[in-house]
Ligand binder design. Structure first.
Ligand code: ADP
Ligand code: MN
Ligand code: MN
Ligand code: MN
Ligand code: MN
Length: 384
């Protein structure tokens, strides 16, 4: 339960003192690092391979040196890693392959250096169990002529290294929710530096980041990626998440994608998926939107199983019917209604065309599963 306001204020000042110390430490470290970053690379290029690990939720990475600057992922070789250390293999068959699929500029190593998103393949070069991209790509190829677009709203919560919410008083709670969403002021938002650094780093990398905002719970933030067509939505979101975790390293904080990081009267975190097809975006597209929502209503539970990495168990904590959610067992939709499973933006209703928002995916969802499920149900009904 939230503490009384008097209590909160006295604890709040303790919180800010520790933040100030943290920033002093950060600026000392960054001037040391500048010295090494400014050294020339002697004609070589660093490429960071990134992949989803055996949890289907967390990311891993490692670096490889090249003597040329790659301009497309297929110029980079398949590489491998020790799958026993990532929950992706057993000891006697420990090699897992990583195949480059999407290339970005590396904002942490400016210059010719790259980030490359990879898919994971087993020793027969078949997708590993957490490689959901393959299936997603299949659906996207089949639905290509409908030109599916996605806009993903990634909510996350900043934590201190002790996993206490960033900037929260170490004893007790901040004042109740209300002033924080899209807030401004040192007593309203915590960690804006992280958000700004991530925003610019994403732009530099080549992520189609469409915006950011402070969320309802203090220390909770959101960034949006999109609109992206087809498979690109998942690719871009995974790399944007990687950049977030890497930026947080620099600030000595942790970004959690847990969908309900703090129990009680505090909003959870989602990854709303905004969706449209060519038909929905064109004049009179509202009919196609209603048809798609009807199809979604018939397979609600199947979608819930794909909307978090634990078959719906993570979303059980979040989709409670409170805090701008519908309950996990019910499907509902409405114009401008944020208590529904699916929201039709007021603008879309007024224009009679546009897109709709599926509010069910949890913040830690696999975006390939979410976008695949939407395309399968709305564009390819009946196909496996
Ligand atoms: P909300 O009002 O729910 O907070 P946001 O502004 O955070 O919405 O996010 C909306 C997302 O939808 C953005 O990423 C935006 O790029 C995306 N978007 C806009 N138009 C479309 C469209 N026609 N189809 C799919 N996504 C879209
Ligand atoms: Mn080794
Ligand atoms: Mn949003
Ligand atoms: Mn939000
Ligand atoms: Mn939203």
């Amino acid at each position: 339960k939230p503490l009384k306001l008097g209590n909160t204020i006295s604890n709040m000042s303790n919180g800010s003192k520790s933040l100030k110390r943290k920033y002093e430490k950060i600026s000392a470290t960054s001037s040391i690092m500048d010295k090494y970053r400014d050294l020339d690379q002697n004609g070589l290029v660093q490429v960071k391979y990134i992949w989803i690990d055996g949890t289907g939720e967390f990311l891993r990475c490692k670096s490889k040196t090249f003597d040329f600057e790659p301009t497309s992922p297929d110029q980079l070789p398949i590489w491998n890693f020790d799958g026993t250390s990532t929950g992706q293999a057993t000891g006697d068959e420990s090699d897992v392959f990583i195949r480059p699929i999407a290339l970005f500029r590396d904002p942490f190593r400016p210059g010719p250096n790259k980030l490359v998103l990879c898919e994971t393949l087993d020793r027969q070069y078949e997708p590993t169990p957490t490689n959901n991209r393959r299936k997603c790509l299949e659906y996207m190829e089949k639905a290509k002529d409908q030109v599916p677009w996605f806009g993903l709203e990634q909510e996350y919560t900043l934590l201190d290294l002790d996993r206490h919410p960033y900037g929260w008083p170490k004893l007790g709670y901040p004042a109740p929710q209300g002033p924080y969403y899209c807030g401004v002021g040192a007593d309203k938002v915590y960690g804006r530096e992280v958000v700004e650094a991530h925003y610019r780093a994403c732009m530099y990398a080549g992520i189609r980041i469409s915006g950011t905002n402070a969320e309802t719970m203090p220390a909770q933030w959101e960034f949006q990626v999109g609109p992206c067509e087809g498979i690109e939505a998942g690719d871009q979101l995974i790399v944007a998440r990687f950049i977030l975790h890497r930026v947080c390293e620099d600030f000595g904080v942790v970004a959690t994608l847990d969908p309900k990081p703090i129990l009680g009267d505090w909003n959870g975190a989602g990854c709303h998926c905004n969706f449209s097809t060519k038909e929905m975006r064109e004049p009179g597209g509202y009919n196609a939107i209603e048809k798609a929502i009807l199809k979604l209503s018939e397979v609600h539970h199947q979608h819930i199983a794909y909307y978090d990495p634990h078959g719906g168990r993570d979303n059980e904590r979040r989709l409670t019917g409170a805090h701008e959610t519908e309950t996990i067992d019910a499907f509902s939709y409405g114009v401008a209604n944020r208590g529904c499973s699916v929201r039709i933006p007021k603008q879309t209703f007024d224009d009679q065309c546009g897109y709709f928002e599926d509010r069910r995916p949890s913040s830690n969802c696999d975006p390939y599963n979410v976008t695949a499920a939407l395309v399968k149900t709305c564009c390819l009904k009946g196909e496996d």
